[in-house]
Write a protein that binds this ligand. Structure first.
Ligand SMILES: Nc1ncnc2c1ncn2[C@@H]1O[C@H](COP(=O)(O)OP(=O)(O)O)[C@@H](O)[C@H]1O
Ligand SMILES: Nc1ccn([C@H]2C[C@H](O)[C@@H](COP(=O)(O)OP(=O)(O)O)O2)c(=O)n1
Length: 229
């Protein structure tokens, strides 16, 4: 029997990681893990429990406490914190604004990278894992590594579309773009496993591609790799 396929999909915010990863996993019958949701869940727990997210020592001490469980079905991904459904609260602006500070704390990363490697090892049929450091740090031996990119303008327009769909209000695209660029800089500039393309990752610029084209491209890359191995 061939080895389970492990697919690492990394890249900055709004490049299409979640949409692509879920669709590719569903198409190929693989499990799915959104590691960004885990960093968001950790951040939500810190905010809910009165931990100052800018006090890295306090965040480090608390990092062992929350029980974070991710469901691996790409058609219905779930995340709970201490048994409570966290899928809504982890997407608030408050969590988005605090997540880079929490995810820069090495103890947070050690804890979550452990969960992520356990999830990959526990997916006998293979898995698609999306994040910022999957190809470089979490799963350096992944079968296929993809690094998605897109212009800041394309990414802001996509995020703006989402905010409009959920909030209905007028979206400030300049502010959305600035917030994205600020988060990219924080995620790329941190000391511990920053957002980075692995040397052996294939870069796909999604700025001018439809989501279906990106999915097709990633499925083809995985099938080529499988056929060659
Ligand atoms: N190639 C694409 N073209 C247009 N919109 C896209 C494309 N890829 C993703 N989107 C949309 O952009 C938004 C952000 O995508 P998402 O998958 O959440 O990105 P990420 O996980 O990288 O932050 C979603 O609303 C998604 O539907
Ligand atoms: N492997 C990962 C995944 C996410 N993070 C951090 C950095 C990101 O800004 C946040 C949130 O990630 P998420 O993928 O949910 O963010 P977006 O969907 O792109 O807005 O988590 C990380 O440090 N390492």
């Amino acid at each position: 029997m061939s080895n389970p396929v492990i697919v690492a999909i990394d890249g900055p915010s709004g490049t299409g990681k979640s949409s692509t990863s879920k669709a590719v996993a569903a198409k190929l019958g693989l499990s799915y893990l959104d590691t960004g949701a885990q960093y968001r869940a950790m951040t939500w727990w810190m905010l809910s429990n009165g931990v100052d997210v800018n006090d890295s020592a306090a965040v480090a001490t608390a990092a062992e406490k929350p029980v974070i469980v991710s469901g691996a079905d790409p058609a219905a991904p779930t995340i709970t914190v201490d048994g409570v459904d966290a899928s809504g609260p982890i997407r608030t602006q408050e969590v988005t604004a605090a997540v880079s500070a929490v995810s820069a704390v090495p103890e947070v990363r050690t804890r979550l990278v452990g969960l992520q490697r356990d999830a990959a090892a526990g997916a006998p049929g293979g898995i698609v894992v999306e994040g910022r450091d999957i190809g470089t740090t979490v799963l350096p031996d992944a079968t296929v590594k993809i690094f998605l990119t897109a212009s800041a303008e394309a990414r802001a327009a996509r995020r703006g579309g989402e905010l409009k769909a959920t909030g209905g209000a007028q979206v400030d695209l300049v502010a959305t773009r600035e917030a994205l660029v600020r988060r990219d800089a924080a995620d790329s500039g941190r000391k511990t496993s920053p957002l980075a393309k692995a040397d052996d990752a294939i870069e796909v610029d999604t700025s001018e591609l439809t989501l279906d084209q990106v999915i097709e491209c990633v499925v083809t890359l995985i099938e080529e790799k499988r056929a060659a191995s």
